[in-house]
Design a protein around this ligand. Structure first.
Ligand code: NAD
Length: 358
């Protein structure tokens, strides 16, 4: 098909306090006594007040999701196998947390109805069967994982998402109260994921009016909260949550670009987290995105954010090669950024020089 016919999230509820509607939302989805599984970001493990608001019923299970590292295919398999052994099937999987938990929840829901291992489905359109019902409830905003058709996983040989029509959530719950009080650095790193998505999408060769409309809105919201406002307040949380949604929608019909392609290599080799990794890379991408990078520098300064430098200083040739291989494997990202002849522009030498700058 010439034009992508993409699957979107089915239901969206937005508003401060809408988390408390979750019980009502889940009620009609509970089938034949099968439980609902809640995957809760470990950040909330000791927060009894929040845990008490999770509508656990009957044999439902609350699993604390360990996101010390970004989700691995082996972790997805462990959780899905546990659920299959214990319950056979489940009524649904609800992920409550940052982008890592969003991706984990999508992947576990997929593996409940698909044979084999999560690593078998890393790639494009490899998932065979519809997932079980799945709900995403972000507690960090910026990745766009709540709306995207992928769930990024690190497997034995690569970091790559399960991109498929079965990946998007059936329902998302966007409650800006849940992102209140995120520490400043984490808020910035995840928020910049959205800002960088916008720059990569708006300057990409895949751009069309659909992507542009969402991307421009998300960019405007990011500029307002990170550049023009002097205090972070409830209005900022609301704007960031909608920026993340719009940024994710912009990518749905386009692609990300150089920052993401390069940071995948860092993440694979060094375990650098996605948000901060994108910032480390974007900081040095003047040659690709001059205006966006200049504005990013202003936002870093205004918000007094620390962006690490020199992280590739002591790497070996072999390690550089590993990162280069992972990065060049992201063909659609490079094509979006540089056009169809990207391979002649982004040589291994040029990419190595870029990694050396970080
Ligand atoms: P994250 O989910 O990795 O979380 C970062 C840290 O913040 C964790 O320690 C987490 O416990 C903590 N945290 C969660 N909620 C919090 C809160 N309310 N207050 C304070 N701390 C909180 O970070 P992220 O930036 O949201 O997500 C990054 C992940 O998203 C990566 O795994 C990346 O690959 C993925 N991602 C996915 C997509 C997609 O389309 N599927 C897009 C971009 C990124």
């Amino acid at each position: 098909m010439k034009f992508r016919n993409f699957k979107m999230v089915d239901y969206v509820v937005y508003g401060r306090g809408c988390f408390d509607q979750l019980d009502e939302i889940l009620a009609p989805r509970r089938t034949n006594g099968a439980p609902v599984i809640f995957l809760l970001d470990h950040y909330f493990e000791q927060n009894e007040a929040f845990k008490n608001r999770i509508p656990l019923r009957d044999n439902d299970e609350l699993i604390i999701a360990d996101v010390t590292h970004e989700p691995k295919t082996s972790y997805v398999d462990t959780i899905a196998d546990h659920l299959k052994d214990k319950f056979g099937t489940v009524s649904g999987v609800v992920g409550i947390g940052g982008g890592s938990v969003m991706d984990l929840a999508k992947a576990v829901a997929i593996m409940m109805n698909n044979p084999g291992f999560a690593q078998d489905y890393q790639g494009w359109d490899l998932v065979k069967n519809k997932a079980v019902y799945k709900v995403g409830i972000p507690t960090l905003s910026g990745t766009g994982a709540e709306v995207s058709r992928t769930c990024v996983l690190t497997g034995p040989t690569r970091k790559l998402g399960m991109n498929s029509d079965f990946t998007p959530f059936d329902q998302i719950v966007l409650d800006p109260a849940l992102i209140k009080g995120v520490p400043k650095d984490q808020n910035f790193y995840t928020g910049m994921d959205c800002y960088i998505h916008c720059i990569e999408s708006l300057q990409g060769t895949y751009l069309n009016e659909f992507s542009k409309s969402y991307g421009e809105k998300a960019l405007e919201l990011c500029q307002e909260i990170y550049l023009h406002k002097d205090v972070w307040d409830e209005d900022s949380d609301e704007k960031l949550m909608m920026a993340s949604y719009a940024g994710g929608m912009s990518i749905a019909y386009s692609q990300v670009g150089v920052a993401n392609a390069v940071s995948y290599g860092l993440s694979y080799l060094l375990g650098t987290k996605h948000g901060i990794g994108n910032c480390i890379v974007f900081n040095h991408l003047e040659e690709f995105y001059p205006e966006g990078v200049a504005e990013f520098h202003k936002m870093v300064e205004k918000n007094s954010i620390y962006i690490p430098q020199g992280i590739c200083r002591d790497l070996t040739d072999e390690q550089f090669d590993t990162m280069i291989n992972v990065s060049l494997g992201m063909a659609p990202l490079w094509e979006n950024a540089l056009g169809k002849d990207w391979q002649s522009q982004m040589t291994r030498e040029r990419l190595r020089a870029l990694y050396e700058k970080l």
